[in-house]
Design a protein around this ligand. Structure first.
Ligand SMILES: Cc1cc2nc3c(=O)[nH]c(=O)nc-3n(C[C@H](O)[C@H](O)[C@H](O)COP(=O)(O)OP(=O)(O)OC[C@H]3O[C@@H](n4cnc5c(N)ncnc54)[C@H](O)[C@@H]3O)c2cc1C
Ligand code: SF4
Length: 611
């Protein structure tokens, strides 16, 4: 397979090229045209479809290819997350179309039909199409469990009234419709036949600071909202930065390490407005509105409607907040720690990650992630880390509790010193410095200087690890303070999408008590399921919620999307993992499976966790 096609087929579709998370700008044609087709994410699918003759060259294909000015911004973003270079694919797409036209190829004109005419009357000509050049870019994601489906229409409404009129039109004509945020749900939920309503034009953000809330349209991405909130001195509880906020609540309920304090599901919003399946409006504060606060376990519910706005809670931020990393030799010790902190209300955000996440998140490349994974686990003896965000009182308390930790200075040294860590001979000495107490070297006053001398951390050496032509950009990027600030990185979560860099992943997600025995049992059983089907697997993360009474636990299975055999095997893994979670759900009465949260993301946390 040629390299460009290989890159295109490996686009992860997490939509990180649709947000300006590096401050280097976003694809200008995407910002102007809004359809995903005009972003690198869409052009990757389009190139694949044309290269494999899945669609003819249409008018929109030409427009999409022409609109790319090969600025290269997507290379920065996509390399940061996935180590992919979309610009070459964009160039190949342009070449493909140019050659086709030069060789006298016939461009398929768009064909109006009666339904499209009606849709266009509602949203305007520009914002609805049945051109395959566009529809194909909405036809699949990298989900292991869904099949590609070609929609008949893609529509981009701009108001809730337009959405209501579209719903009525589709209902009258028996046309199935599916909402699309940024399409990164990992399960193929935003892929369907019929009409796709892409909500990305509806980006209104209205702050109501007196009432500690912000009203967002269904096209607002978490990163953009967090940025606006931060400018005003607040924080929102945000999941993936490219996920649209309304879609995230709708789909799974928002969860993050800050869920320890800010909660999950209904904790995250004050009210929300919907268009129901008849095209009527309702909001959650009406006496007779559907009860979206309820939760049904072991049942898949249908979508209650289209969320057209949500009033998201704003949280106060203090100036003394910072982040630390607390190392642990065993998962059990890390669990004891986060549970204790959560029960005692110490810290704002808490989470436990294993070496897979630690090495993947910190490394600029796959190779380095695999090189340092063993160093963390074996040489530094840090197989587990607890991430804590807290104010100065929380951090002081953790110090008084006697836990050694990497503070911001040590974290920066560790992060930008990773290239030296790979080859460091002195790591054995670190263990010796610890006496009988693990990691006690972190408490030695002069350790920070020693550590910095040994690792010579610098943005320059860190940037040497990436493709040569990208080094200058990465050097500048990593010279920016926020890029090595645990607090900023957790607030904006720009590194979490790296979890799928090596391979796309299928998460097993569950809510359960912070019970060491139960969690270890799940880890072992998930591992055995992965091994049974020869699928790479690893511990993801654990975050305590609701004062340590429960936690969110993710275990990940990794697969090659382009290997049909592996897809079949990971589907088996998904089924076995879900059966296991269901079995424990019934057996224990305290385990809840995340798959059932789809379309129940508005439910009360209490109904989800305890009923
Ligand atoms: C790397 C990675 C990490 C992730 N980590 C987290 C995490 O930590 N926390 C977390 O909460 N999630 C996480 N997720 C899950 C993901 O962020 C959510 O599924 C989110 O909903 C995706 O947002 P989206 O805009 O891409 O939605 P889409 O994928 O476009 O849509 C999701 C679903 O919602 C429906 N939908 C979209 N908008 C609306 C609307 N306005 N009204 C009605 N229905 C709608 C769609 O039809 C679809 O069924 C992660 C995903 C990835 C890829
Ligand atoms: S893999 Fe790259 S091109 Fe594809 S969605 Fe992610 S950032 Fe965009």
């Amino acid at each position: 397979m040629d390299e460009n096609l290989k890159t295109a087929k490996n686009c992860r579709h997490y939509a990180m090229c649709k947000i300006d998370f590096l401050g280097s700008g976003v694809c200008s044609s995407g910002l102007k045209k809004h359809f995903v087709s005009f972003y690198p994410q869409g052009r990757m699918i389009l190139y694949e479809a044309l290269a494999e003759n899945k669609i003819p060259v249409t008018e929109k294909c030409v427009e999409i290819a022409d609109s790319c000015d090969l600025c290269g911004k997507c290379d920065y973003q996509c390399y940061f997350v996935n180590e992919l270079r979309p610009t070459k694919v964009m160039a190949a797409l342009k070449n493909h179309i140019e050659n086709f036209v030069q060789n006298g190829g016939e461009i398929k004109p768009a064909k109006e039909d009666a339904i499209l005419t009606e849709i266009r009357k509602i949203v305007g000509d520009e914002w609805a199409t049945n051109d395959e050049g566009i529809t194909v870019t909405y036809s699949h994601d990298l989900s292991a469990i869904s099949e590609p489906k070609m929609p008949d229409y893609v529509v981009m409404p701009n108001t809730k009234e337009e959405i209501a009129s579209l719903v009525k039109l589709f209902k009258k004509n028996n046309i199935p419709y599916t909402m699309r945020g940024n399409g990164q749900n990992l399960m193929g939920f935003a892929v369907h036949e019929g009409a796709i309503m892409d909500l990305n034009r509806m980006k209104t953000i209205e702050f109501d600071e007196k009432n500690w809330m912000v009203k967002v349209g269904p096209g607002v991405a978490a990163f953009d909202l967090q940025k606006q909130a931060r400018k005003r001195g607040y924080r929102i509880n945000a999941g993936e930065p490219a996920a649209l906020v309304c879609a995230n609540i709708m789909c799974s309920g928002i969860m993050s390490t800050f869920s320890t304090t800010y909660g999950i599901n209904a904790d995250n919003f004050i009210n929300a407005e919907f268009v129901d399946s008849t095209g009527s409006f309702f909001n959650l504060n009406e006496t007779f509105s559907p009860n979206l606060y309820s939760y049904k376990n072991l049942e898949h519910k249908n979508s209650p409607g289209i969320c057209v706005s949500a009033d998201i809670r704003l949280h106060p931020v203090t100036e003394d907040e910072r982040g630390i990393l607390v190392p642990f030799e065993t998962l059990n010790n890390a669990l004891d720690f986060i549970k204790d902190c959560s029960v005692r209300h110490i810290g704002l955000a808490l989470g436990v990650v294993g070496v897979e996440y630690i090495s993947t998140f910190l490394s600029p490349t796959k190779k380095m992630a695999s090189d340092i994974k063993n160093i963390f686990a074996e040489k530094l003896n840090i197989p587990w880390l607890a991430v804590v965000i807290g104010d100065k009182y929380a951090i002081r308390t953790i110090s008084e509790m006697g836990f050694p930790f990497f503070d911001e200075r040590l974290f920066k040294a560790l992060y930008l010193g990773l290239p030296s860590l790979k080859n460091a001979q002195w790591l054995e000495l670190v263990k010796e410095l610890s006496d009988d107490e693990p990691y006690s070297y972190l408490k030695i006053k002069s350790f920070a200087e020693l550590f910095e001398t040994a690792l010579s951390p610098s943005a320059k050496s860190y940037a040497q690890e990436v493709d040569k032509d990208l080094s200058p950009f990465f050097e500048k990027l990593f010279s920016r303070p926020e890029m090595t600030d645990i607090l900023w990185l957790n607030t904006f979560r720009i590194m979490s999408a790296r979890v799928g860099r090596k391979k796309p992943f299928l998460p097993a997600l569950l809510y359960l008590p912070v019970d060491k025995e139960l969690i270890n049992e799940f880890c072992n059983k998930f591992r055995l399921i992965g091994e049974k089907y020869h699928i790479d697997n690893d511990f993801g993360f654990i975050t305590p919620i609701d004062n340590g009474k429960r936690c969110i636990f993710e275990y990940d299975f990794f697969y090659d999307y382009n290997d049909p055999d592996e897809i079949q095997r990971v589907r088996q893994v998904g089924m076995d993992a879900n059966m296991l979670i269901d079995e424990y759900s019934v057996k224990t009465g305290v385990v809840k499976g995340h798959p059932y949260v789809l379309y129940q993301g508005f439910c009360r946390k209490e109904n989800l966790l305890y009923s």
